[in-house]
Write a protein that binds this ligand. Structure first.
Ligand SMILES: NC(=O)C1=CN([C@@H]2O[C@H](COP(=O)(O)OP(=O)(O)OC[C@H]3O[C@@H](n4cnc5c(N)ncnc54)[C@H](OP(=O)(O)O)[C@@H]3O)[C@@H](O)[C@H]2O)[C@@H](O)CC1
Ligand SMILES: Nc1ncnc2c1ncn2[C@@H]1O[C@H](COP(=O)(O)OP(=O)(O)O)[C@@H](O)[C@H]1O
Ligand SMILES: [K+]
Length: 494
């Protein structure tokens, strides 16, 4: 295995620092050498993305991220590019000071940033302000610089991390550079893939800097990136009874759409049979819109009982409401002990009446629902989505999908996977109902809860990307994902 095989592993900032230290102390590669390798890799990346660039402007902060910037500017200058360097204050630390001197010895001039002023013209701007050392929101004068860089309009290559993004959590506590490309060094930082970071990192490129495999021995990643996965082909002789029977429960007065989308997604996700337990007024519409769904009038727990006997998996919550009807069905469904996906009001009821879930259970909260389940505010969830997802999984004894850009899948023992797909077109009503149905269908076909959640989240997000590629992000409807979902599930359309 080579270092490049670690690109699906995600690390915390502390872990990346430990890897840096190990490269220096155990492998004997000086920090300055790593900085030189980072600068050289970044210049290659810059020239690959912008082969016609002749003038670059490099913005350097006081730490080692700035050091990377100075050395990149020195290399660019040697290669015949015009490189302007703008520095935030004095450089700190031996390597950064030496890098700055190297640039100056090569004939370069460093322009200190005075808090205001014109920025140089450039074909590409390089962000070497802050990397993994960012510890707080950018100060007003730095935020002003970032706004001016952005207003310049030239594309931005961020070194290691877009300045302003917390590489551990993906949180952006104030202003941040919005990069077109981020070239990140040695190991993938987990925070670049979730929360607000995906909106700032642009295209992510990992450069392992030629470090040997032995660097990773004994260093476990904190999380992993989801990979493209599909199910094995179906055996020729299967019948519908082999593919499970999903019972979708929900659709109180006025919310028929949620349970219909969930049921349709379960069908398109490959469940053998899908029943819907809902209010009587929805039956005609459900039957005529999607005759393959078996819609049942359920007035209360007694009518639910025979449906529970036939079901193998439950999708509990879309449009369920939190009134007496929804609550009674929720209790009866949970008591059945069937494998289930719990979403929407199914989660809100769980927040009201907390309990450990047993057996195969997947919870799919968005940050608002997650906050209710943990008894905190939504901002706290966004401040560390990794911690929130892990705590939810532990507290409720279930697999948890924390939705939103860079959805996380967490299990009670602490394993976390991050979804690199999906797009802002998916920020529209009904998308979550679809995910519930897909995961339920995968459980029904025999997947374990972790596998169903990972595969379901990946298929849902990739279906969203495929649908958006066809017609654009704005105006994307949840039901537009159903056809691409079917293609991807069968290994087509990628
Ligand atoms: N080590 C290695 O082997 C390798 C490291 N590499 C590179 O080094 C980077 C990490 O370097 P780093 O640790 O020096 O941190 P960096 O991101 O430059 O920032 C620290 C400085 O910023 C300051 N500061 C922080 N937040 C601030 C704020 N909001 N507003 C204002 N100031 C703020 C902070 O000040 P302090 O908080 O200490 O007061 C300190 O002065 C890494 O991302 C990669 O690019 C590569 O070369 C490969 C090998
Ligand atoms: N900006 C985005 N990038 C990627 N995925 C997104 C984005 N916005 C929403 N999604 C996905 O769409 C789904 C929305 O779910 P949810 O908020 O429960 O919607 P609803 O309640 O309307 O069904 C989630 O799977 C979420 O991860
Ligand atoms: K940076």
């Amino acid at each position: 295995m080579t270092a490049s095989d670690h690109r699906h592993e995600l690390y915390t900032v502390d872990q990346v620092r430990a890897l840096d230290r190990r490269a220096i102390d155990a492998l004997g590669i000086p920090g300055y050498e790593l900085m030189q390798r980072a600068a050289a890799a970044a210049l290659v990346c810059l020239r690959q993305h912008w082969p016609r660039a002749r003038r670059i402007a490099v913005y350097c902060g006081p730490g080692n991220n700035g050091g990377d910037g100075f050395l990149l500017a020195a290399l660019a200058h040697e290669a015949g590019l015009h490189a302007d360097v703008i520095a935030l204050g004095e450089s700190q630390g031996d390597d950064a000071v030496r890098a700055r001197r190297e640039f100056e010895l090569g004939g370069g001039t460093v322009h200190p940033w005075q808090g205001s002023g014109e920025l140089p013209l450039a074909d590409v701007q390089v962000d070497g302000l802050f990397g993994t050392g960012l510890r707080r929101a950018l100060a007003p004068d730095v935020a002003q610089l970032v706004r001016q860089m952005q207003a310049r309009g030239a594309p931005i290559l961020a070194l290691d991390v877009p300045s302003g993004v917390n590489a551990d959590t993906g949180e952006v506590p104030g202003e941040s550079v919005q990069a077109d490309v981020t070239v990140t060094f040695i190991a993938a930082k987990r925070g670049l893939y979730t929360a607000q970071a995906p909106g700032y990192a642009g295209q992510l490129q990992l450069e392992p800097l030629g470090l040997p495999e032995s660097l990773w021995h004994g260093c476990r990643a904190d999380a992993e990136l989801l990979r493209v996965q599909t199910l094995a082909p179906r055996p020729r002789q299967v019948h519908k009874g082999n593919n499970g029977h999903v019972l979708a429960i929900g659709g109180d007065h006025g919310t028929a759409g949620a349970i219909r989308l969930c049921g349709e997604a379960a069908l398109r996700g490959g469940a053998g049979l899908v029943s819907v337990a809902t209010r009587s007024e929805h039956l005609v519409a459900l039957n005529s819109a999607r005759p393959e769904l078996m819609a049942h009038e359920v007035n209360g727990p007694q009518a639910l009982a025979p449906l529970l006997e036939r079901a193998t998996v439950l999708a509990l919550g879309p449009g369920l409401g939190q009134g007496a009807w929804g609550h009674a069905l929720w209790l009866t469904a949970l008591e059945s002990g069937l494998p289930l996906v719990l979403d929407a009001d199914g989660l809100n009821l769980l927040a009201r009446e907390p309990r450990q879930l047993t057996g195969r259970a997947v919870l799919t909260p968005h940050p608002g629902e997650a906050a209710r389940l943990l008894g905190c505010d939504t901002a706290k969830i966004g401040a560390d989505r990794f911690a929130a997802a892990r705590e939810l999984a532990r507290r409720y004894g279930a697999i948890v999908v924390l939705k939103g850009a860079g959805s996380l899948v967490a299990e009670p023992e602490g394993r976390v996977a991050v979804c690199p797909w999906g797009n802002p077109g998916m920020a529209s009503g009904g998308m979550g109902d679809l995910l519930t149905g897909i995961i339920a269908a995968l459980l029904a076909q025999g997947c374990e809860a972790w596998q169903a959640a990972c595969l379901g989240v990946g298929l849902h997000a990739r279906a969203g990307d495929l649908a958006a590629r066809k017609g654009g992000e704005r105006g994307l409807l949840a039901s537009d994902l159903l056809e691409p979902l079917r293609l991807l599930l069968n290994g087509k359309g990628a």
